[in-house]
Design a protein around this ligand. Structure first.
Ligand code: ADP
Length: 626
């Protein structure tokens, strides 16, 4: 018999399972029961459209059977089963294997993170079993097959006998170790507990043979052991229950059971609406970013049920893009079961539900921000970028709705603050909301352009994400206050005296600046006196709508239009370097060109822009040194 090897990445996951890096071993049962339930769902949906199939509810169940003598635990289902090929493909490779490529070895060692990101599914059986056997007969097939694996060495597939369609997963439970009593997974009471805890809302009965002591018939003191088949789960879907019957743990378990995410949700929202349109919904704001969230592969959407029957896995129309991180489900009795995807898009009821949900998510986020700030900040660090995209996209259509959910790092508070907080603290004479753009907060802190604004005692918001400045340009003004980059031409701070002084200095040095501009050619639009610099000799600013940072972002885009900011080289006339410039202008024009080039390149470096010719730059520094 040929032993086949697992695909490399599957093997790594398997190794982690076998060595039990993850501590919540008991979840293996949840995973196997979920698979069983999915397999029954598949028959159910087939029966909806295939008249030759009937779905008789009593026929479909999941059964858990423990055998202490043989140390086996069976999870039996009456679902669709798997063909030989399906056993090979589904169990020989882990479904999301590609995702592992994202992780490096160190992260893999951690184990927890992998599970947090991808879940473990079927392989979790190896956390508690030495040998895993799967016997399956697929719907519509006459043959049954046995898949068996002892873990790392690989697996075998052989033909076998099985009467009915469905799957049996048989676990040979590990021997006890010092750290873990695997025996517990053969104990009736413990299995019941785990099923109740994680799989209570599974729609199909999960059965077990339960043994109880009973008084013998006709006797008043003699007991006998009676075994009877019982259904362990309550089967009532969580969303039909009342909020006061449910605990946070119930919501968290539902999230895990549904595999909305493998983290613990940051917030759960249970909605029951009995108005113009009737629906129940359970929504979650995840704690961690799904690994593919900011990639094109990520699909938004909520599960959609019609009277308890799933009609769509990811109904995208229920969520706007800016709330695409929300997970969960909606069940409505007002939707038709057989509605097609195309019709659904135009469904009036669905639109109402979507609108309603949107409002609810927004108000929940607002209350999180108000009442549980730490949690909100955590959320914002993961998904804030999405909200900013929301402000920017659709020509700013949603900016009013979203602007109060935005946060930016504040120069004064040294933490994230809202626009509302910024504006409420503004001194009366301050005209603008100031911001500075850079790669990191540390870099922005050192930007010479912030000097004057900071010196005035004004708060500055730090923009470190590409989208920030674009989003703010769309908002234009908040509470009648315009946004102003500390790098923009006119800062709106200078008093009349300063304006006069600047004009005088400009006039006085007109020829010098013209000579410098000539030396730089097209690289800058002008050379000017700076009023924003205190300790630095030069900086770059931009005239017009396109800032230097925006230029960077736009040019990094795939089909860039080579858009350029109108750059201005600003000179600090109070800096001692300025005297050297004046001297050079008077005595040595070549030297002036050299100094100008050096200063321009310095300004580029400070801005985080590449200098055109680094070799020339360093040569020029050497020239100045000798
Ligand atoms: P996931 O369930 O997340 O896809 P698993 O590793 O748990 O990942 O399972 C892999 C696949 O194996 C499933 O998608 C399903 O197609 C198949 N499978 C697992 N268990 C069963 C079962 N009891 N009946 C039918 N198919 C199953």
């Amino acid at each position: 018999m040929e032993t086949k090897q697992f695909k490399a990445e599957s093997k790594r996951i398997l190794d982690m399972m076998i060595h039990s890096i993850y501590t919540h071993h008991e979840i293996f049962l949840r995973e196997l029961i979920s698979n069983a339930s999915d397999a029954i769902d598949k028959i159910y949906y087939k029966a909806l459209t295939d008249d030759s199939l009937t779905f008789d509810k009593d026929q479909y169940y999941i059964k858990v059977v423990a055998d202490k003598d043989n140390r086996t635990l069976k999870i039996i289902d009456t679902g669709v089963g798997m063909t030989r090929e399906e056993l090979e493909n589904n169990l020989g490779t882990i479904a999301k294997s590609g995702s592992l490529a994202f992780k490096n070895e160190n992260e893999l060692k951690d184990g927890y993170d992998i599970i947090g990101q991808f879940g473990v599914g079927f392989y979790s059986a190896f956390m508690v079993a030495d040998v895993v056997t799967v016997i399956s007969k697929a719907l519509g097939s006459e043959e049954a097959y046995k898949w068996e694996s002892k873990g790392a060495e690989g697996y075998t597939i052989t033909p076998c006998e099985k009467d009915s369609v469905g799957t049996e997963v048989i676990l040979k439970i590990k021997e006890n170790t010092e750290d873990e009593k695997y025996d517990e997974y053969l104990e009736e009471y413990h299995l019941k507990e785990i099923i109740k805890k994680y799989s209570d809302f599974i729609r199909y009965p999960i059965k077990m043979d339960v043994t109880t002591s009973k008084l013998k018939e006709g006797s008043e003191s003699e007991y006998e052991e009676v075994t009877s088949e019982q259904v362990i789960n309550s089967m009532v879907p969580i969303w039909r229950k009342n909020k006061n019957e449910l605990t946070q743990e119930d919501y968290d378990n539902f999230y895990a059971e549904k595999r909305y995410g493998f983290d613990k949700p940051l917030k759960s929202i249970h909605i029951k609406v009995d108005g113009a349109v009737r629906y129940n919904a359970i929504l979650y704001i995840p704690e961690k970013i799904p690994f593919d969230y900011y990639s094109p592969e990520y699909e938004k959407g909520l599960e959609l049920y019609s009277s308890g029957v799933l009609i769509m896995n990811k109904c995208a129309d229920l969520l706007p893009d800016y709330f695409s991180f929300v997970k969960g489900m909606v069940d409505s009795e007002d939707l038709s079961l057989n509605i097609s995807r195309e019709m659904l898009q135009h469904d009036r009821q669905l639109k109402l539900i979507a609108k309603n949900i949107n409002k609810k998510i927004k108000s929940e986020l607002q209350s999180l921000l108000k009442n549980e700030r730490d949690k909100y900040v955590e959320f914002y660090k993961s998904f804030g970028r999405q909200l900013k995209f929301g402000v920017y996209s659709d020509f700013g259509m949603h900016k009013e709705e979203l602007q109060d959910l935005l946060m930016f790092y504040s120069s004064k508070e040294k933490k994230l603050v809202t626009l509302e907080e910024y504006v409420s603290r503004m001194p009366e004479e301050q005209k603008y909301i100031y911001y500075a753009v850079g790669e990191t907060n540390e870099r922005i802190e050192k930007l010479p352009q912030t000097e004057l604004v900071a010196d005035k005692g004004y708060e500055i918001l730090y923009f470190t994400e590409d989208i920030d400045e674009f989003a703010i340009k769309v908002i234009m003004n908040y509470k009648d206050k315009e946004f102003k980059s500390v790098s923009s031409g006119d800062l709106g701070i200078e008093g009349d005296d300063t304006v006069k002084e600047t004009a005088a200095e400009e006039a006085e040095n007109k020829e010098l600046f013209e000579a410098m501009k000539a030396a730089l050619g097209d690289k800058v639009k002008a050379v000017r006196v700076s009023k924003r610099l205190k300790s630095h000799p030069v900086c770059l600013t931009a005239d017009g709508d396109v800032s230097i940072e925006m230029e960077k972002v736009l040019n990094a885009m795939p089909n860039n239009q080579n858009i350029k900011a109108d750059k201005v080289l600003e000179i600090n006339v109070n800096h001692s370097v300025f005297q050297s410039l004046k001297d050079a202008f008077a005595n040595d024009k070549e030297k002036l060109a050299l100094y100008t080039s050096l200063l321009y390149n310095q300004a580029l470096l400070i801005e985080g822009l590449p200098i055109e010719d680094p070799v020339e730059f360093t040569n020029n520094i050497c020239k100045v040194m000798v």
